[in-house]
Write a protein that binds this ligand. Structure first.
Ligand code: TXA
Ligand code: MG
Length: 358
């Protein structure tokens, strides 16, 4: 299958050509085919959410286990009620504040949503993305687009169209290229089917932001560092996602001590004849002597690390490094989501260093 790629920018968005490309992608989905599209979080691999055959195709294209449910993307609030049993007050309040945006809500599904889309569950995940191309495509496709991240299962989610092409080129009919995803990590998932809302996956929308709207909000124990052996409620969180080919270790502590420890580990790797990579930040990047050093942005602005993390992990996969050492990031704001993804990629390997070098 030939995968057509069409670039949509703010400059050409209003042109007849761009509109035609979005209409075409919409038709592909309506006819049961697959097309990838940009969102503000990561690229999505879209299919018609109400067509069980489309969902089966999505699982096949990604190589994803079919018990791992898909997120249904909508473009208008009115389109929510047909696909859920009822709309709880909590969903209304959250949508008012955060939709369109990087928040996915878990609700009881109606019969309209096939079990194939929800991986056999009686609940459905719904999100309204904050991206013009995504919203236009959803409209053109008939209103309901099932879309997991547009990567092969087990690879980092794509933040650029070229990574979608790398993973899914030849397997899907079209890719809408909207440039770099502005957030870079997947949406926050909140389960609203329990008495107290529960965060199943951390993202740009933090627990504090949700609590301001809802009051008490819990976090699924399985996504907390101490609960790494508990069974997560979002089926997808149990898989070892985001895993780079090289062995990744996170080094946490004061900046100076972290730089020294990483350089020591890099020298040890070199002695063993191994190639090493470092995930550094603006202030520290020049101080490392590894084979490959990547700059994840400003240490005090966690959103820069969120935006660059998956690109960096993919680049390392292409560079044949054996070991990767990453500085730890703070847990402020989206930093929590950054550390959640980084810890998963590292298989929870993290070393704490103290300032006196111990
Ligand atoms: O930002 C995002 O959410 C991106 C973009 C494309 O919208 N999508 C995305 O989809 O990350 P995916 O399929 O890669 O991740 C969906 C996660 C999985 O961990 C899945 O298990 C969970 O959502 N999920 C979906 N439906 C669920 C449900 N009914 N109950 C619990 N977890 C659910
Ligand atoms: Mg994914």
């Amino acid at each position: 299958m030939n995968t057509e790629i069409f670039k949509i920018t703010d400059q050409n968005r209003k042109t007849a050509e761009a509109q035609k490309a979005i209409e075409k992608a919409g038709k592909i989905l309506q006819n049961g085919g697959l097309a990838a599209f940009p969102t503000e979080t990561v690229y999505g691999l879209g299919g018609d959410a109400l067509n069980p055959e489309s969902s089966r195709k999505i699982y096949a294209a990604k190589g994803r286990p079919s018990d791992n449910p898909l997120i249904v993307h909508i473009c208008r609030w009115e389109d929510l009620s047909p696909i859920v049993k009822k709309i709880p007050e909590t969903a209304k309040r959250l949508a008012e504040v955060f939709w369109p945006g990087p928040l996915t809500m878990i609700l009881e599904k109606s019969d309209k949503v096939p079990k194939e889309t929800t991986g056999g569950l009686s609940t459905v995940a719904v999100r309204m993305p904050d991206d013009e191309t995504a919203l236009s495509l959803i409209r053109a496709a008939g209103g309901y687009v099932a879309a997991p991240s547009a990567n092969l299962s087990g690879r980092p989610s794509p933040t650029l169209a070229k990574y979608v092409q790398e993973d899914l080129g030849g397997r899907i009919e079209m890719i809408l290229d909207g440039g770099q995803a502005c957030i870079g990590l997947e949406s926050t998932i909140v389960d609203l089917t329990e008495e107290v809302p529960v965060i199943l996956r951390p993202g740009y929308i933090t627990r504090e932001m949700l609590s301001k709207v809802l009051g008490e909000v819990e976090v699924d124990r399985a996504i907390l560092p101490e609960g790494s052996d508990a069974a997560p409620k979002a089926p997808g969180m149990k898989y070892r996602h985001y895993a780079p080919k090289a062995e990744l270790t996170i080094i946490a502590g004061e900046e100076e001590a972290v730089v020294n420890r990483i350089n020591e580990l890099v020298r040890e790797a070199e002695k063993r004849g191994l190639r090493s990579g470092v995930i550094a930040t603006e202030r520290t990047a020049a101080r490392y002597s590894a084979d490959s050093v990547k700059n994840a942005g400003n240490r005090d602005k966690e959103e820069t690390a969120a935006k660059e993390l998956y690109r960096i992990l993919r680049e390392f996969d292409g560079e044949e490094v054996d070991l990767i050492y990453s500085e730890a990031f703070t847990e402020n704001g989206i930093g929590q989501a950054v550390m959640n993804r980084l810890l998963k990629a590292a298989g929870h390997r993290m070393e704490e260093v103290s300032s006196d070098g111990e």
